[in-house]
Design a protein. Structure first.
Length: 139
């Protein structure tokens, strides 16, 4: 179970040091994927943007980030539910490492769990998991 939270922007502030960065940028897909893959924020941004252009879409569109995650050997898992139909919260899900799409009020957000710690710009442990992605192969 996910017990910890670490405020982390995926390296965005470090890689864009000296630039004015808005607090809320709508970059949750880029940030969550960069953290989950353990790769630089700019690399993730560039690769997602290139794929989005190729697909005629935007980098934070589900079809784009899913194609990207599949290309990185990630598998999608459907919305987890208990036997009684109750949905799981991020803090209740068992995998130690995953990238998740979560419900925030009426919107969706992406967050990442690494070694049972939510790494995001805000604490998503009490959000309901819509679906999640785990690495299928280990190097």
């Amino acid at each position: 179970m996910t017990k910890h939270y670490l405020k982390y922007d995926g390296g965005r502030s470090r890689e864009y040091e000296g630039h004015k960065i808005q607090k809320y940028t709508g970059d949750c897909a880029i940030r969550a994927i960069a953290i989950g893959l353990g790769q630089p924020y700019k690399t993730t941004t560039r690769e997602l943007c290139d794929l989005a252009i190729e697909m005629g879409s935007l980098p934070n569109e589900k079809s784009v980030y899913e194609a990207y995650l599949y290309s990185k050997d990630y598998k999608k898992h459907k919305e987890p539910k208990y036997e009684d139909g109750t949905k799981y919260k991020v803090k209740e899900l068992r995998p130690r490492n995953y990238i998740a799409s979560v419900r925030v009020r009426m919107d969706c957000h992406m967050t990442t769990v690494v070694d049972n710690t939510v790494k995001d710009t805000w604490d998503t442990r009490n959000c309901y998991v819509l679906n999640y992605y785990t690495k299928t192969k280990t190097n």
